[in-house]
Design a protein around this ligand. Structure first.
Ligand SMILES: [Zn+2]
Length: 309
């Protein structure tokens, strides 16, 4: 069904095929079209290219957030993220949540109830793997003292740091990643999006990562690609995000092709659907129509994403 969906340009077949989304910032995980119907207001579409991460954040804060802010707005956007997972038949979903968002809705127990009610309503048979994420500029010592209350709940399956690379050395995050190790979490970080192949290698070594969010610039180093392939380190790639933020030249020449052909495990994901306005079936279609990867290769990547640890 999935391969036919690509070769026939049949969006419904692509929507119906089981897929994963493993790099999904939950509060930006719903579709603009879905949100518009809920708030009864037309929202602007994003520009073709943003002025980097800052430009993206400014656009979101100025154009979208005013209409869905506060705890009510966040809960609505979470619901939309699950509604989209249902629409797109996401059978394995890893969504990330910031500690600040958990606190905003009333703490861990309330947060868990809200998320579980969304999950039951929209995707009761989806393998759901919540991820705890921190922004790279956070107060690490303060967060490390509080992390236990989130991890001891047993709810989270992975840890991540997002919000810009090169803010501080990877070693700084060790207090958080050591705790994550104690609880057996999958360890991921945003790296190699703006940063280099060497950054990717260093992050894996220092933080003992299992997977990477983005990591696309590893494609510039045969050595780093061999390291990632040999160690089965998976890269959760988000093509539209990379192109619209100017970190990849376009879909035709997206580094995912080189990574895949060098044996690096990759998956395809949405990142911030509410910003980039490209849902998961569309991501596969964009890469197929650009001639980046064949239908068979894209199907292989789809299956990689569905394989649970
Ligand atoms: Zn991301």
């Amino acid at each position: 069904m999935f391969v036919d969906g690509l070769t026939e340009n049949n969006r419904q077949k692509l929507l119906d095929a089981p897929k994963s989304d493993l790099h999904n910032h939950s509060t930006k995980g719903c579709r603009l079209a879905w949100l518009e119907t809920k708030i009864d207001r037309k929202l602007p579409r994003p520009p073709r290219v943003f002025d980097g991460l800052m430009g993206m954040q400014e656009w979101f804060t100025g154009s979208i957030k005013p209409y869905c802010s506060g705890s009510e707005g966040i809960i609505l956007r979470w619901e939309g993220a699950f509604a989209e997972a249902k629409r797109n038949n996401i059978k394995r979903l890893s969504m990330n949540f910031g500690a600040a968002e958990i606190e905003l809705v009333g703490g861990m127990d309330t947060f868990r109830e809200i998320i579980e009610s969304c999950r039951r309503m929209y995707c009761h048979d989806t393998v759901f793997e919540p991820e705890l994420t921190y922004v790279s500029a956070c107060d690490i010592n303060a967060e490390a003292e509080k992390i236990e209350q989130y991890l001891s709940s047993g709810y989270f399956r992975s840890i991540d740091v997002c919000g810009g690379e090169d803010i501080r050395p990877f070693e700084d995050f060790l207090p958080l990643y050591r705790k994550a190790s104690q609880y057996g979490l999958i360890k991921r970080i945003h790296v190699g999006e703006s940063g280099s192949a060497e950054d990717v290698r260093r992050a894996v070594d220092i933080l003992e990562l299992d997977e990477i969010h983005h990591g696309i610039h590893a494609a510039s180093s045969d050595e780093v690609m061999r390291f990632l392939a040999d160690n089965r380190i998976q890269l959760n790639v988000c093509p539209s995000s990379n192109v619209m933020l100017g970190y990849a030249p376009g879909f035709r020449d997206h580094p995912i092709k080189i990574l895949y052909e060098n044996g690096v495990k990759v998956t395809i994901n949405t990142d911030d659907l509410l910003i980039f306005d490209s849902s998961i079936e569309n991501e596969y279609l964009l890469l197929y129509n650009a001639g980046t990867l064949t239908a068979g290769q894209l199907d292989d990547i789809r299956l990689t994403g569905l394989a649970t640890k």
